[in-house]
Design a protein around this ligand. Structure first.
Ligand code: TYD
Length: 134
């Protein structure tokens, strides 16, 4: 499985750093929704779903966390700890997030509004659909 980490140019100077996110430029889709997770307890593992259509880019804007990405045939773990790097998560990718640092702020950009019907929350259903798609 190819993990797509998008380098986000940090504009740094004596004052500090700034990253700009632009639809169709460094973010490869129309940005319709942004959400972020914070105050995540250390022992928490969350996610446990895939999306039928939704594409997302996740950025640890502060702190760190790990992703497990699973395309139905391979599982890969990725550490996010750089606010100048985005993880592209395509549709039909099972994801779990874990090992959140206490200070972690995980921001996610999405190409669709929140839609519960786009979720696949059952892992067996996810695997069955992957088999059907291949
Ligand atoms: P949930 O899907 O449980 O998050 P995770 O995938 O990390 O386990 O979402 C938590 C709650 O937030 C749930 O009640 C749905 C709500 N929510 C929204 O209202 N809008 C959103 O964009 C997202 C991602 C979640």
């Amino acid at each position: 499985m190819q993990i797509k980490l998008i380098p986000l140019q940090a504009h740094g100077d004596a004052r500090g750093s700034l990253v700009a996110l632009e639809e169709g430029n460094n973010i490869p889709f129309e940005i319709k929704r942004v959400y972020y997770m914070f105050n995540t307890k250390e022992e928490i593992r969350r996610g446990f779903h895939a999306h039928k259509q939704l594409k997302q880019v996740a950025i640890a804007v502060r702190g760190s966390c790990q992703f497990l990405l699973d395309d139905g045939s391979e599982k890969v773990e990725v550490m996010l700890n750089n606010p100048a790097e985005g993880l592209l998560i395509e549709s039909f990718m099972w994801r779990e997030m874990f090992n959140f640092s206490e200070d972690c702020v995980l921001m996610v950009l999405a190409d669709q509004l929140y839609d519960e019907s786009d979720y696949v929350r059952n892992y067996d259903d996810f695997i069955e659909t992957c088999k059907g798609n291949s």
